[in-house]
Design a protein around this ligand. Structure first.
Ligand SMILES: [Zn+2]
Length: 447
């Protein structure tokens, strides 16, 4: 049986040697693992054998990290097309089914759900990485932790094992109805919770309505959020922090890799990514051309150590950038900044607009509740957007004044004005939900 960690709670790092490794050493290890992984994928996955042969590349062609550019991309469609072909786990898989101990699936929100398999070693390394993020967010064995994420098929479910391995007292909350979750928070006085940013906000508001002040009656000191961008939008983070009197840590995961692949440190400036597991490239989202390090583009991940289903040059569909300069916290693994999903981006008057940009503006205006709804539509063959917001109860400005204020703020921050701003009264928008909120309505006939 694995022993509970004997780490000193005063230790700053979960794995100091790994987390503070000089960059040349990180890259040396990446190259070693990448060489092995490319060879392993070529020898064991029918898909990679075929695609490398078709592209005229051999594992031996990889001599430097930059040589990864010689190899072909894969994407979500590759996963879907190869799933179930040849075997239950499909042609991307590189181990026999008896070596697989766990599968999660994607939400299927953009098509057929894809299956992500783990060997025992893949799964153990996944959980060690999760322990590392929890420790980085300040979790220690004395903490009581509520894992309020879905356990059904979702890769974020088992992350609770990472917290348990760290030694925290774990409460497997799952998707409890909010009344029961509030009971848990009040009765057991946990110190840390993980949920989505929109649900953290809704839950805080529900607590207040039920006569519970999250700041006084509950003991939550830290809120981990993932699944939506809110945790990295300063205004949204601050709104949740003010509501709960707690510090918000943003985590970023991919069902294809780990529940969390990257996470905030105490400086909340970008999310440290596990560069010992993932090689990051940034490419032009349209052409696939490699962009210089630090540029904003589509993030492409190559998994360095996952054997069940290696991902070589996987186009994530996420737009962002990586900063590989050392962080103030002393950690040397690069930090990623996610701007949004490629599919969510729309272009107005030649400006790339992400719903997250609009959220940042709306959450920053003190006359508004922070709820919003975006409509994207075509008018006169041009893409336009409009925004619906809620005026806070008690604000004395007229609806028209609030609309002008909002419109100007959007123009100032994003560069293009909305066609229209509709102002509702407090509670007038139907965007508060228990799960991921849909705040974007795309009325264009074709994207
Ligand atoms: Zn840091």
């Amino acid at each position: 049986m694995a022993e509970q960690t004997k780490k000193n709670p005063n230790d700053k790092y979960w794995d100091e040697e790994l987390e503070t490794m000089p960059r040349n050493k990180i890259e040396e290890n990446q190259l070693k693992d990448l060489k092995e992984m490319i060879q392993f994928a070529y020898d064991n996955s029918p898909y990679y054998k075929r695609s490398f042969d078709a592209a005229g590349v051999k594992p031996g062609d990889l001599q430097t990290l930059a040589d990864i550019q010689k190899f072909p991309f894969i994407n979500k469609k590759t996963q879907r097309d190869t799933q179930g072909v040849g075997s239950f786990l499909g042609e991307l898989c590189a181990v026999p089914e008896e070596d697989v101990v766990f599968i999660s699936t994607s939400s299927g929100s953009t098509g057929v759900p894809t299956v992500s398999p783990f060997t025992k070693k893949d799964f153990d390394e996944f959980q060690d990485t999760e322990s590392r993020w929890f420790w980085q967010a300040g979790m220690r064995p004395k903490d009581r932790y509520v894992h309020a994420l879905n356990f059904s098929l979702y890769v974020g479910g088992p992350d609770v094992i990472g917290a348990q391995n760290l030694g925290a007292l774990c409460i497997w909350g799952g998707t409890l109805p909010s009344e029961r979750l509030l009971f848990v928070l009040k009765q057991y006085q946990p110190t840390i919770i993980w949920t989505s940013p929109s649900y953290a906000w809704q839950l805080g508001e529900k607590a207040l309505k039920a006569g519970i002040d999250p700041k006084k009656d509950l003991n939550i000191k830290k809120i981990i959020v993932a699944g939506e961008l809110g945790g990295s939008i300063a205004a949204t983070r601050k709104a949740i922090e003010d509501l709960w009197g707690a510090e918000v840590y943003d985590f970023y995961g991919l069902s294809d890799i780990f529940g969390a692949c990257a996470a905030h440190c105490e400086y909340h400036d970008g999310l440290h990514i596990a560069e010992n597991h993932i090689l990051v490239e940034t490419v032009d989202p349209n052409t696939g051309d490699i962009l210089p390090p630090g540029s904003t583009g589509e993030l492409v991940f190559t998994t360095l150590r996952k054997h069940a289903r290696p991902l070589i040059r996987f186009r994530t569909g996420d737009i962002g950038r990586i900063d590989q300069t050392p962080c103030k916290c002393g950690r040397t693994h690069g930090r990623i900044y996610i701007q949004g999903r490629k599919d969510d981006m729309f272009i107005v008057s030649a400006v790339n607009v992400f719903p997250s940009d609009i959220e940042a503006v709306v959450r920053d205006i003190k006359e508004l509740t922070g709820e919003y709804l975006i409509r994207i539509f075509n008018k006169d063959f041009t893409c336009k957007y409009s925004v619906e917001v809620e005026k806070k109860a008690g604000v004395t400005l007229s609806d028209e004044e609030v609309a002008v204020l909002t419109s100007n703020a959007l123009k100032g921050r994003i560069g293009v004005k909305p066609s229209n701003v509709v102002v509702h009264q407090d509670g007038g928008l139907n965007t508060r939900s228990e799960h991921k909120s849909s705040r974007v309505i795309d009325e264009r006939e074709q994207k």
